[in-house]
Design a protein around this ligand. Structure first.
Ligand SMILES: [Zn+2]
Length: 214
């Protein structure tokens, strides 16, 4: 899953208003940021199969990022970082941890069976990627639905609401390009583009939040 993960970011922000949205944006993809770094350093492995629908990913080995046990570890790390940064209560830490963990559950929905509990068998995944239209609809529905819930629940002002709508639109364009655009020329190119997207999206969110509070 790609932009659908950000549904958890918006719900997290609604549940823990003192935590900046950019923290929730990074938290939702923390596992994939780690995955990109672990792929680049050879700790985890994947290869491309251009014949596959939705995306060419064959995720051979990713026990340290996409097993449930590892995801809980990343969630604990994120919770500790939230406490250390002074973003509020135990509730804020718990909310951010849940945003991190949501990544695993949402990935199980779309991934072909490559998700694990502890890193080995069984391999889980409902494989919605094999039905691109359904997978695309799910990503957009989750994202737009959660963003809508956030704007209502947090009673955001008009400027913020417009910024959220713009952000969601940008994410839907990115999702469309990822799913229906050209396949990256190499695994490294794919990983670098994925990592860049996550970091730039986090930075853009932080920048928008700064502008909105000025
Ligand atoms: Zn993932």
């Amino acid at each position: 899953m790609f932009v659908g993960h950000y549904s958890a970011s918006f719900l997290g922000k609604a549940a823990a208003p003192r935590v900046p949205l950019w923290v929730c944006i990074l938290a939702a993809q923390l596992v994939d940021v780690a995955w990109a770094i672990f792929i680049l350093t050879g700790v985890e492995r994947f290869h491309l199969d251009p014949s596959l629908p939705s995306n060419p990913l064959v995720l051979d080995h990713m026990p340290y990022t996409h097993s449930l046990v590892a995801t809980l570890g990343w969630a604990a790390l994120a919770a500790a970082a939230v406490v250390a940064a002074g973003y509020g209560s135990a509730r804020a830490a718990l909310v951010v941890a849940l945003v991190v963990v949501s990544h695993w559950g949402l990935d199980v929905l779309v991934h072909r069976p490559d998700m694990t509990i502890t890193g080995g068998e069984p391999k889980l995944g409902l494989g919605l990627w094999n039905q691109p239209t359904l997978a695309f609809a799910l990503e957009v529905l989750f994202l737009a639905g959660a963003a809508g819930i956030y704007t209502v629940a947090a009673r955001v002002d008009e400027r913020t609401r417009r910024a959220v709508v713009r952000g969601v639109a940008v994410l839907i364009v990115l999702q469309t390009f990822t799913m229906y655009g050209p396949i990256p020329p190499s695994p490294t190119a794919l990983v670098l583009s994925v990592l860049t997207s996550f970091l730039v999206l986090t930075w853009l969110t932080a920048r928008a939040e700064r502008q909105l509070t000025q």
